[in-house]
Design a protein around this ligand. Structure first.
Ligand SMILES: [Zn+2]
Length: 342
């Protein structure tokens, strides 16, 4: 039987509305022009100013929403810091802009800050050969491999550059915001060092993309590190959150509605991964490429919009099984990798 999570809030905020979660903690939502059509942002109020958690895409429309919220809702108090859970454009897109124009500090983990710097350096390079080779080795054709240019280009379009300095958040740091203590709990797999903020006294976690109520977070291998094992990091993180949280914990996710019953949700996510791994293992009785794994791993047909994410995620499953020596691989004369049961 599929156990569902519970949603204590009936309605999400309108773009210029703040919904109070508890005293000093507010929910703001920004629209996005994708099938994933919104992101949740969290604002924490202190006597001397505000902390903003995640920022939305770098779009003129999002900036105008921010200006309105700052004018109408922040009670003339300054923005003291912007916390960025991770480096993806919907989360970090306007962090740099908020820091620059409102004189705020950027707080985030080192892995995410440096991950963004690496992407920035790729944006100025016009040689994506290494990335094309990575996708070709996974069984992509050249047209599919070149989708990488568009994929990386979303940073150019939707991300305002970070400030050149930041304050580092480390796993287990405790910070005080809104009159509550928050423990930094780093997760990994969806991004290198994703920051979640956990308040034991409130029994609330701000989870970013690390724990979502309905969709599963993308877990991808990227061309910069073809042998990475993000799925292992992901499963380890899920176990860690399971040991920390409980079914009455209120989860404030970046997408979807705030929810409880997080232990069931984490168990559901883990068992989905385990089931996919076992299906993929059976599928590899005869040699298979990463792109062949799409049919086993994904319910929807993969198209040019989803190819990059699907390829990265499929490779993550193959790498995981290869590290466990359940699969082994060899490259053919065209440098395409084939995986087969050991
Ligand atoms: Zn993300």
């Amino acid at each position: 039987m599929k156990i569902k999570v519970s949603y204590p809030f009936e309605k999400a905020p309108e773009p210029n509305e703040l919904i109070k979660i508890v005293d000093n903690i507010f929910w703001l939502r920004m629209p996005m022009p994708f099938s994933l059509n919104h992101i949740n942002l969290w604002l924490i109020e202190d006597n001397n100013g505000w902390t903003i958690i995640d920022s939305g895409l770098n779009l003129e429309k999002s900036k105008s929403y921010w200006l309105q919220v700052i004018k109408d809702k922040l009670k003339d108090k300054p923005i003291k810091q912007v916390i960025c859970t991770h480096m993806h454009p919907d989360h970090m897109g306007l962090s740099g802009w908020l820091c620059k124009y409102f004189n705020a500090e950027l707080w985030m983990s080192q892995g995410e800050y440096e991950g963004y710097q690496n992407i920035s350096s790729e944006l100025v390079s016009d040689d994506n050969t290494t990335a094309y080779d990575f996708y070709l080795s996974n069984g992509a054709n050249m047209d599919q491999a070149k989708l990488y240019d568009k994929y990386i280009g979303i940073y150019k379009t939707f991300a305002y550059p970070f400030p050149t300095s930041y304050k580092r958040l480390r796993d287990n740091d405790v910070i005080e915001l809104g009159g509550y203590n928050w423990q930094v709990v780093i997760g990994s797999g969806h991004s290198p060092e994703h920051v979640c903020l956990w308040s034991k006294s409130l029994n609330i976690i701000i989870s970013g993309d690390q724990i979502l109520p309905t969709i599963s977070s993308n877990i991808s291998v990227h061309p910069a590190e073809p042998n990475a094992n993000p799925l292992n990091n992901w499963l380890t993180s899920c176990q860690n959150y399971k040991s920390l949280l409980n079914n009455t914990t209120l989860v404030l996710p970046a997408h979807g509605m705030p929810f409880t019953k997080v232990i069931q949700r984490l168990e559901g996510l883990i068992s989905e991964v385990e089931s996919n791994l076992s299906k993929l293992t059976s599928f590899c009785k005869t040699p298979k490429r990463v792109v062949d794994g799409f049919d086993v791993l994904f319910h929807k047909k993969i198209n040019h919009k989803t190819f990059m994410l699907a390829c990265g995620e499929s490779r993550a499953h193959f790498n995981y099984l290869e590290k466990l020596k359940i699969l082994h691989s060899h490259s053919d004369d065209c440098n395409v990798i084939w995986y087969k049961q050991v």
